[in-house]
Ligand binder design. Structure first.
Ligand code: 5GP
Length: 201
């Protein structure tokens, strides 16, 4: 059972909570979930590929896309723009496919305004100390970037109240299982299935 429209799953949380790792693992076991590739003005990190990790573009192009209303949401995160291209998400959802967005909190709250029935999942670190050691341990950011990311974590975590679910990322497989359970439960919600139920009985 399930509605004709795909589920929009929004995963966010502070930098270093482990959203990226969790989403990667979730997608490995759930090939039917489609992930939206974001557009960014940030420079690629070593090993990142255009069109796979992000669509890497310059600020001018990004601002043109904003003016042409090509984003479902966008935000300036740590001095760079990040945005979700609208077309891919809408097309997949209309075709009944589930779409995953891994985005920051400002962007997630924009999506909430537009898609009331999307599912909002907040990834929490087990502690602030662990959050910092994960950001440092990634070794991909400069010292000032680490400070910026860590510095905004507490105020970001306070936004958890605006989400539907909170998942603590202490152990990645457990966090992935939690998200799979959330998705299963969401798909059984009466309101998502009411028309189909009525049509059958
Ligand atoms: P990073 O530079 O580490 O790849 O990402 C920085 C932050 O931007 C992360 O919190 C990530 O979730 C967020 N982000 C990635 N793509 C998007 C997007 O399309 N929109 C928004 N609002 N945030 C994004």
């Amino acid at each position: 059972m399930g509605s004709n429209k795909g589920l929009l799953i929004v995963v966010s949380g502070p930098s270093g909570a482990g959203k990226g790792t969790i989403c990667k693992e979730l997608l490995k076991n759930n090939s039917k979930i489609n992930v939206s590739v974001s557009t960014t003005t940030r420079l690629p990190r070593v090993g990142e590929k255009d069109g796979i990790n992000y669509f890497f573009i310059n600020k001018n192009k990004f601002e043109n896309m904003i003016n042409n209303d090509e984003f479902l949401e966008y935000a300036k995160v740590y001095d760079n723009y990040y945005g979700t291209p609208k077309e891919y998400v809408i097309e997949n959802m209309e075709n009944g496919k589930d779409v995953l967005l891994e985005i920051d909190i400002v962007g997630a709250l924009q999506v909430k305004e537009r898609f009331k029935d999307a599912v909002f999942i907040f990834i929490l670190p087990p502690s602030l100390e662990e959050l910092k050691s994960r950001i440092v341990g990634r070794g991909t950011e400069s010292v000032s970037d680490i400070e910026k990311r860590y510095g905004s974590a507490v105020s970001e975590i306070k936004q958890v109240i605006k989400y539907d679910y909170a998942v603590v990322n202490d152990d990645v497989p457990t966090a992935v299982e939690d998200i799979e359970s959330i998705i299963k439960a969401e798909k059984c919600k009466v309101l998502r299935n009411y028309e189909e139920i009525l049509s059958k009985f």
